[in-house]
Ligand binder design. Structure first.
Ligand SMILES: [Zn+2]
Ligand SMILES: [Zn+2]
Length: 343
């Protein structure tokens, strides 16, 4: 636990320092950020492995009897583990009563990004359609999806490509790409002296554009920037400035794009979903109806990880049915009955 403890201490020290910069202002409001003094031997990977293992010990690996996981990566994604095999996922889904899966491997448009031309559309579609045939008799539905990295500079290209390459279900996501200010090597220098609004603007501006583009069924992990800025910035600092989310939520509502509740944050440094519960509630308050839920698994051990937590969170926020698409028009998948507390 040594590394994980260091993260917490460093981040807490930073949070107090940041709060101290804004006497009398809104909590965390205009405070400028300073990189947390992360120890040289601190490893994000090790810290997140510990968070994951603690979650498994707490039962987060046991989600079962749920209608849908709409965000999953296989070995057709460059950042997936060798055991992220479609049939292995399907076998687990049948065993655990997860009725429907959307396979949403990465596709990038930046030629320097890892998922640029990593897997062809044809290979991805053949894998998924054949698995769907094999597993239908076991009562499992498998859909052909995509997680496409949205960047404004490629919007026209993406629009044309998506038209020529239809999927059952599309996720648009903003990621930290090559040379991004959010890359681990750049992030500390980038955020020094900035307010949280300034530090998140490059990310949220792209999210707003992704929502306005109307290209996607849902937007993936709309505040994964919480992870990019960790451990320098705490989730509590994001929670203290919900106004940072307003333009993105408004753009989702206006364009009819769904909001994803992504469970992967529960096994990562933020230790909460992307986004957290109050943001989901605010989206509904603004008139948003379409919510999707995904585990964002990239390895077999992450199958459906904390998916039940994400479901409870959505149910508590007032979501009665999940938005989805199986090719064609949007469909609604009823939320399972069950307790809504405990999210
Ligand atoms: Zn993603
Ligand atoms: Zn993903």
């Amino acid at each position: 636990m040594a590394e994980a403890t260091e993260v917490t201490e460093a981040a807490e020290a930073n949070a107090s320092a940041a709060a101290g910069d804004a006497p009398g202002g809104p909590p965390g409001g205009r405070a400028t950020l300073a990189p947390a003094p992360v120890s040289g031997r601190w490893s994000r990977r090790e810290a997140e492995l510990e968070i994951y293992e603690a979650g498994v010990a707490a039962g987060m690996g046991n989600a079962h009897d749920l209608p849908l996981d709409s965000h999953m990566h296989t070995v057709r994604s460059p950042d997936a583990a060798p055991d992220a095999l479609l049939d292995a996922y399907c076998a687990l889904a049948v065993e655990r009563g997860i009725a429907e899966l959307a396979i949403t491997d990465h596709v990038d448009f930046d030629p320097f990004a890892p998922a640029y031309a990593f897997s062809s559309f044809e290979d991805r579609e053949r894998d998924v359609r054949q698995a769907a045939e094999r597993w239908a008799e076991h009562g499992l539905a498998v859909r052909f999806g995509i997680e496409l990295t949205y960047e404004r500079r490629y919007e026209d290209e993406i629009r044309g490509w998506l038209r020529r390459h239809p999927h059952d279900f599309t996720i648009g996501s903003v990621h930290s790409g090559p040379g991004s200010v959010y890359e681990p090597a750049n992030v500390a220098a980038f955020l020094a002296g900035k307010t949280l609004a300034q530090a998140t603007a490059p990310y949220f501006d792209e999210v707003v554009a992704a929502a306005r583009s109307g290209l996607f069924d849902t937007l993936g992990h709309i505040d994964v920037v919480k992870r990019y800025l960790a451990p320098h910035v705490l989730p509590e600092q994001f929670a203290a400035q919900p106004e940072l989310y307003e333009p993105a939520l408004a753009a989702l509502v206006d364009s009819g794009t769904a909001l994803e509740v992504n469970a992967s944050g529960l096994r990562q440094l933020p230790r909460e979903t992307y986004p957290a519960a109050p943001i989901v509630a605010r989206y509904l308050e603004l008139g948003g109806r379409a919510v999707t839920i995904g585990s964002d698994t990239h390895r077999l051990g992450w199958f459906a990880y904390a998916l039940d937590v994400a479901y409870r969170l959505a149910a508590s926020a007032g979501v009665e049915a999940l938005a989805f698409r199986r090719g064609g028009d949007r469909v609604w998948v009823p939320m399972p009955p069950g307790p809504t507390e405990g999210a």
